[in-house]
Design a protein around this ligand. Structure first.
Ligand code: GDP
Length: 256
């Protein structure tokens, strides 16, 4: 749940409205958690994000570090609003024994994503761009240098983990839902996986006038691994392939 954080692009996107995003998230937090308390809901799983962590931090980030310092200036209001979910979860547990918790997924992608080029996240944005570049016989333009690194999680894997959290995870403390640090890829590698999956033969360009954003936000999945040592993540290239196939098949109705 929540209104997602978006880093301003060039030109800034219309969805970039920090005070509005902050207020809406605060309202969602309070409405959902307090209604859940009042109506006796047994379990609430809220969704945080790795972009709410302190800007100045050591890597990998883990669940104990959320409140350790100011977030990145591009996400200030959003991050503090989301951090408050963790504070409220603790409060409802201490005061009323409520089992409200939070998960922290890394970059999610998969079928039914927002494939809009201007305000979608990198993988769906690039999938849409490759689709159009193939049609038009033009180059693929990747924003930034391609050097930033990200951990991507396939939406189907995340959905399985969400159900596990709902049914089995008993802590109030949040848990990071992510592939391992060794599975972090550069934006260039992610673009190349899409190029291969869609059999794109055109040129690959990097527009360095566009922002790179945070260089990395490497997260530890050690806590998740302690609970679920055998969980199998879908291999990145396979998940990209399935997402590209879904987008091509559902182009007419995809969110874009
Ligand atoms: P976030 O920075 O982790 O919130 O994730 P994003 O998905 O918005 O973008 C991550 C990185 O991908 C940034 O370094 C962008 O510059 C880079 N990037 C490259 N091409 C694209 C694109 O077409 N769309 C988006 N959204 N990001 C892109």
């Amino acid at each position: 749940m929540g209104i997602s954080c978006r880093v301003p692009r060039s030109p800034p996107s219309l969805v970039w409205d920090p005070p509005l995003t902050q207020r809406r998230n605060i309202h969602i937090n309070d409405n959902v958690l307090h209604s859940a308390y009042e109506t006796g809901v047994q379990k609430v799983v809220s969704c945080l994000s790795t972009c709410i962590f302190p800007d100045k931090t050591t890597y990998p980030i883990d669940e104990t570090m959320i409140h350790n310092g100011p977030p990145h200036s591009s996400n200030f209001g959003y991050s503090y609003a989301k951090r408050m979910i963790d504070i409220q979860n603790r409060g409802y547990f201490e005061q009323h024994g409520c089992r409200f918790t939070a998960v922290i997924p890394t970059n999610v992608f998969g079928p039914h994503d927002n494939f809009n080029i201007e305000d979608g996240h990198v993988l769906p944005g690039l999938i849409h761009k490759v689709y159009l570049a193939k049609q038009n016989g033009s180059a693929l333009t990747v924003w930034g240098t391609g050097k930033p690194r990200r951990q991507f999680i396939y939406s189907l894997d995340l959905a399985r983990l969400f159900l596990w959290v709902l049914r089995e995870y008993d802590e109030v403390e949040p848990i990071i839902l992510s592939v391992g640090e060794e599975d972090e890829v550069s934006i260039r590698e992610a673009a190349e996986a899409i190029v291969d999956a869609m059999d794109f033969r055109g040129e690959l360009l990097f527009d360095t006038t566009k922002a790179d954003g945070q260089f990395k936000k490497t997260a530890s999945n050690a806590k998740l691994r302690r609970y679920l040592p055998g969980f199998q993540f879908t291999p990145f290239r396979q998940a990209v392939k399935e997402t590209c196939a879904w987008f091509s098949t559902n182009y007419a109705n995809a969110r874009k």
